[in-house]
Structures are given as C-alpha cells and as structure tokens.
Design a protein around this ligand. Structure first.
Ligand SMILES: [Zn+2]
Length: 224
C-alpha cells in the first residue's frame, strides 16, 4: 500500500513530518512520501531557504520508522503567476525522490512548456490530481498514455475529496485512460492528506481500483 502525496506543517498541512510518517507506519503503508507545496504564492509553502531542514527531518523520520519506506518530495504549482518555474532551485529538487506537478495541461503549464525544467530533473516526476477525463476529453487514451510516457511522467490516483465529481474520484472517471497506462506509464496513489491522519492510511479505494484494472505492477515502487 503506497501513499505518495502528503502535506505537513511545512506547507498547508496540520501535522508534522514525524506524525505523518508514524501514522503511515502504524497503518501498514509500505511507501509514504512527504510532498509539501514548494515556493508557490497559492498557499503557505515550503521555501528554498528551509529546504535543508525539511529534507533532514524527512530522513530523520525515515530512520525512526524503519517499517515504512519514506520518500522525500515536493509538489510544484505550474501556474506561473504564482510560482517562478524558471527560478526553482534544481540542485535542491535533485536531492528529492519524487516531484509532483499540479495543474499541468489545465490551469497551469503545458507539458511542452515544462520541458526545460523536466529535462534537468533526476527524481521521478508525476502529475498530481489530474482530471484526465475532462482535460483530454475526446482524445484517444493511447495518445494520452504516449504523451505522459514521452515526458517521463507518472500519473497519480488522488483520493482526496476536492478531486471528485458527484463523489466519484477523477481516476475512476478516467478508467479507460488508466487501462491504457498499463505497462507504459507509471501510476501512483496519493492521499493528498492535509488535515487528517486517517486519510494517510485509508487508501483502500484507489488500491481496489488499481487491482480491478490490473495496474498493480505499474504502481511506483511496486517491486522495491
Ligand atoms: Zn497536494
């Protein structure tokens, strides 16, 4: 059971890194990522000047909780009016394990315009809480899969309430796209937890969905 999207008090979350990691470990999560908002005016966010302390706390939590793999990440806002994408500290980003991008191909930036940044990044990078069915409406799922693969992006199944329509998560509404990702595009599961430690561990729904369309082998870190 993986959960690769969580916020802490370094951005707009209510709990510390230690609290999130401890909850993940006791709840049986195998891989947990801390992914605070980074250098965006959208919300209270992690700043470059705090980066060393942030990464140090994540690595320290990993040492204290050997029962769960702890990954360090951030979430990047691709709306350029709020985040100066050209001035992000690449050296810092390259010390992380994963980088999430939000609002891609939607209210934020296109994948093409992100390419100068993406080409410098070594960590695994993924698309957070994407409303695939709406954004690529009418497009061939195979073409969307090729697009994500060509840009080296994994795609998240986000379990949080804001990313649902009529109570149905965006990833379930886009099931024919997720079927096309099998064997081609990495998929991830994220709680996007901010205000609840329960949310960190209750990810049965996306895991059941991944099983139902035979995506378990495409889950990030499935074999690690
Ligand atoms: Zn988030």
């Amino acid at each position: 059971m993986i959960n690769l999207h969580n916020h802490t008090t370094y951005s707009d979350g209510d709990f510390t890194i230690e609290q999130v990691v401890a909850a993940a470990e006791s709840g049986g999560v195998t891989h947990v990522a801390i992914t605070d908002h980074f250098e965006t005016a959208k919300v209270h966010s992690l700043l470059s000047a705090q980066f060393d302390r942030y990464l140090g706390e994540i690595r320290e939590a990993a040492r204290r909780h050997p029962g769960v793999h702890v990954l360090a990440g951030v979430e990047i806002d691709t709306d350029r009016s709020r985040c100066d994408l050209e001035r992000l500290p690449i050296d810092q980003l390259n010390r992380l394990d994963i980088v999430l991008f939000e609002y891609v191909d939607d209210d934020g930036s296109t994948l093409e315009s992100l390419e100068p940044l993406l080409s410098q990044l070594r960590p695994r990078r993924g698309l957070a809480h994407m409303d695939i069915e709406r954004i690529y409406f009418g497009q061939d799922p195979d073409e969307v899969a090729s697009r994500f693969r060509d840009f080296g992006m994994f795609v998240e199944m986000n379990n949080a309430l804001p990313y649902r329509r009529h109570g149905v998560p965006f990833y379930e509404l886009a099931s024919k796209y997720y079927e096309a990702f099998r064997g081609r595009v990495g998929v991830s599961i994220g709680a996007d937890a901010h205000h609840s430690l329960e949310a960190v561990v209750h990810l049965e729904r996306p895991h059941r969905f991944a099983q139902s369309i035979d995506l378990m082998n495409d889950l990030l870190f499935a074999r690690e």
